[in-house]
Design a protein around this ligand. Sequence first.
Ligand code: SDX
Length: 392
Amino acid sequence: ETGYTTYDDGLANTASTMSAITYIDGDAGVLRYRGYPIEQLAKESTFLETAYLVIYGELPTAAELATWEDRIRRKTMVDERMREFFKMFPRRSHPMPVLASGLMMLSTYSFDSVDYTPEAIEKATERLIAKVPTLAAYGYKNSRGEAMLYPDNSLSYIENFLRMSFAYPTEPYEFHDEITRALDVLLILHADHEQNCSTSTVRLIGSSGANIYASVAGGVNALSGPLHGGANQAVVEMLSAIKESGISVKEYVQQVKDKKAGIKLMGFGHRIYKNYDPRAAIIKEHADKVMSLKAGRRDLLKLAQELEHAALEDDYFTERKLYPNVDFYSGLIYEAMGFPKEMFTVLFAIGRLPGWIAQWRELVTNPKRKIGRPRQIYIGEGERDYVPLGDR
Ligand code: SDX
């Protein structure tokens, strides 16, 4: 009697939009950005080049790439007062809400009058790609009570972020090509993923006419949930808890199967991939390389591999098509690089930024765009009259 065509809890079977950015075949474990398989991009491309591809739709020529890198290099600084603003957050503030707050600070410049001219969209695009790593590093340093370092534009995009995160005014950061390349690849693998929870949030906010900074801030907040981007932090917390509890992999897997206290095998399962997440396979390759270099928690990596093996041998998981997703191994690599678990989802956000920007641009340049407003199935009370307080 509702007259609605479908009721689709969690929009699992509803196409909320048409998009030319990312193609996923969940059953076959295929992921392509603008038609290019991520396996090739992870091998051949850089994150900044992939960001260009995701946003503009084509791989850049050498000249276009040089111009793009120069545009980004010139915008890495943020307003000096942002440093004071970040210092207002208590020490050990989680860097995700700090990043979202920094984005809202950026949105104050153009909160009321969203300008959809190509020039304005280009300016916002390069400001976000250039400044988010600086905001992320500021949030991280401030949470540790350490000096926030200015960007050094003689460095590459990834090196600049690593240095702002780990160097001190008194101590330089020692670069390792394998670490820099591993972070480049990890960010490539996170660049877009069609209409996931945080991207759908960016589109929904953008559909109301809100500016891109406020839309992306919403995406950061959606990403922070442990069922979405926050899973990379939850995986390492799960592995550490298993280690500390001393229970065996077999016992933990049984607790998950018994749905004890609602625990899940974090980093496993996916709304779309009913096969191995192709990103997880690539990330796993880098785990060993990075951990041979840096003192990563090899004990947790071993535990993760045992958990994966146990789950993939168990009908409970294979019947439900539960396989490792992008978050299962990424946190272990980030931790080996020196990031604390609270920064893992910030790194996911830096990687997902080109996708959020590309999807917002695709939305606002679509002349037929509609404001997001799904209907519902009402299951509440029927009409009833007000009861005065004395009669309740
Ligand atoms: C990301 O959408 C994207 O693209 C997201 C992402 C991206 O790039 O943007 O890929 C990034 O968010 C990856 C997912 C990270 N989240 C986690 O790793 C958290 C753990 N995973 C689950 O919460 C879950 O798998 C979801 C939320 C990811 C997907 O859930 P679904 O597809 O809605 O599955 P469901 O909740 O309907 O569960 C189906 C069955 C249930 O069992 P039964 O009720 O049938 O007995 O599978 C079980 C669930 O209990 N199940 C799990 C499980 N995930 C689902 N059981 C144990 N451990 C799990 N992780």
